[in-house]
Write a protein that binds this ligand. Structure first.
Ligand code: DC
Length: 209
């Protein structure tokens, strides 16, 4: 079974997807972490994210793997380094490079093969698994998303700067040539701005069960 969840940055979809996967004993796949890992690898190798050719070359020549929500680049677990302001900023333009999307989509499909999975990202319900058993779009207002990010205490930015950064990422994510963030026909839409994690979980599980 495939449960596909999309939504903008900070909507809470990762927390929800992970919780559903844990409780149902499904494999959890966070596609954003794969884009973040390639971004990290490029930044470490001093590759300019705007240089698509170099970015693609890097991705083709690096072994990218994902297991139990940990991401590996050539065997190194890079998971602890994926959530920084710099990677937030650079992963959005990197994810606009179409061949990079194809590399990641292939990886996600092969990871999902023959398994019960909860997959989340921006194009899981539209491009990667348009025929998923369950498809959800998890949304929240930009203010709610900025506040959640701010409250995590992992960003050096002010609340206003976080809000601006989220708006910029939204604009890029919604305007990609391929895999742009959109509310696909037939998905279950949920605005979580005023809901707790458990309330969102209950609503999704109601649909699934
Ligand atoms: O979900 P996230 O914030 O960790 O994602 C990191 C970046 O990757 C974000 O800018 C959007 C992009 N992304 C994407 O384009 N497609 C996906 N399926 C998942 C993430």
């Amino acid at each position: 079974m495939v449960i596909a969840i999309d939504g903008p940055a900070g909507s809470g979809k990762s927390t929800i997807a992970k919780l559903i996967a844990e409780r149902k004993n499904f494999t959890y796949i966070n596609s954003g972490k794969l884009y973040r890992a390639i971004t990290l690898g490029c930044l470490r190798s001093k590759i300019d994210i705007k240089n698509s050719e170099k970015v693609i070359e890097f991705a083709k020549n690096t072994q990218i793997s994902y297991d139990k929500d940990q991401v590996y680049l050539d065997g190194e677990d890079v998971t602890p380094f994926l959530h920084t302001d710099e990677i937030d900023r650079n992963s959005s333009p990197l994810s606009s490079i179409v061949p990079i999307r194809h590399i990641i989509n292939d990886l996600i499909r092969s990871l999902s093969q023959g398994r019960d999975v909860v997959v989340e990202g921006r194009d899981m319900t539209t491009v990667v698994f348009p025929d998923a058993d369950y498809r959800f779009y998890i949304d929240a207002s930009v203010d709610a998303r900025a506040k959640r990010r701010y409250d995590q205490g992992v960003s050096a930015l002010s609340l206003t700067e976080i809000k601006d950064a989220i708006l910029q990422r939204d604009a890029i994510d919604k305007n990609k040539v391929e895999g742009s963030l959109k509310i696909a026909q037939g998905v279950e839409y949920l605005d979580t701005s005023d809901l707790t994690i458990i309330e969102v979980y209950d609503k999704l599980i109601d649909k699934i069960d």
